[in-house]
Write a protein that binds this ligand. Structure first.
Ligand code: CTP
Ligand code: MG
Length: 180
C-alpha cells in the first residue's frame, strides 16, 4: 500500500458499508422469533438470548443486500469503483459481508452467554465479532487493499468508535433501551 490517505479510507468504508448496515438494521427491523427459541445450553444459560431473532437476521440480510445494490448502482464506473467496472461483484461482496456480519454477531452473543454476560449487556465483542465475521467471509474476494494489516487496524478502530456512536444515537432517539 503506497499511501494511507483519504482515498484509501473512502474505499475501505465503502467496502465495509454493507456489513455495517447488516449489523445495524436488526435494531430497527428485528425483535421477533428468537433464534434459540428460548432454550438453554449445557451451562443452563441461553444459547444466544432474546436479542438474536430471525426477523433481525432477515432484516439485516435484506438491508445489507440493499446497500450493496445501491453501491453497485452508484459506484460502478466512478473513481470510487471498488471492483473495476464489475457491478455484480458488489452484490457478491454484499452477500459475503452481510452473512459474515450476521454470523459474527451471533457468534459474539454465543460467546457472551458462555462468559455469563446477559443479553443486552455490553462487551467488546459487540463491536468486533461482526466485523471479523464480515472480513473473514469476504476474504475470498481478495480485495488486497481491504486486508492490508493497516486497513484491518483502521477498520477495527473506526468500527469500535462508529458502533459506540451509533448506539448512543439509537439510545438518544429511543430506538434502543441502553446506549451500547
Ligand atoms: N436484533 C435482532 N436480531 C439479531 C440481532 C439484533 O432482533 N440477529 C435486535 C434485538 O432486538 C436486539 C437489538 O437488535 O436487542 C440490538 O442488537 P444487539 O446489540 O446485537 O443485541 P443485544 O440485545 O445487545 O444482545 P447480545 O447481548 O446478545 O449482543
Ligand atoms: Mg447489544
Amino acid at each position: 500500500m503506497p499511501s494511507f490517505g483519504f482515498e484509501t479510507i473512502a474505499y475501505l468504508l465503502l467496502f465495509i458499508l454493507p456489513a455495517y448496515v447488516a449489523n445495524a438494521a436488526p435494531v430497527l427491523l428485528g425483535g421477533h422469533f428468537q433464534i434459540d427459541g428460548g432454550m438453554r445450553a449445557y451451562d443452563n444459560r441461553p444459547w444466544l438470548g432474546k436479542g438474536k431473532t430471525w426477523l433481525g437476521i432477515a432484516g439485516g440480510f435484506f438491508a445489507g443486500m440493499l446497500a450493496s445494490v445501491l453501491e453497485a448502482h452508484f459506484l460502478t464506473g466512478t473513481s470510487y469503483d471498488l471492483f473495476g467496472g464489475q457491478a455484480e461483484y458488489y452484490i457478491f461482496a454484499g452477500l459475503l459481508l452481510s452473512i459474515g456480519a450476521l454470523f459474527g454477531d451471533l457468534l459474539g452473543s454465543f460467546i457472551k452467554r458462555r462468559m455469563g454476560i446477559s443479553s443486552g449487556k455490553p462487551s467488546f465483542l459487540d463491536q468486533l465479532l461482526f466485523l471479523f465475521g464480515a472480513l473473514l467471509f469476504a476474504y475470498p474476494l481478495s480485495l488486497s487493499i481491504a486486508f492490508h494489516p493497516v486497513s484491518i487496524l483502521f477498520l477495527v478502530l473506526f468500527t469500535y468508535f462508529i458502533h459506540r456512536g451509533a448506539n448512543e444515537f439509537a439510545h438518544t432517539f429511543g430506538l434502543k433501551k441502553v446506549p451500547w
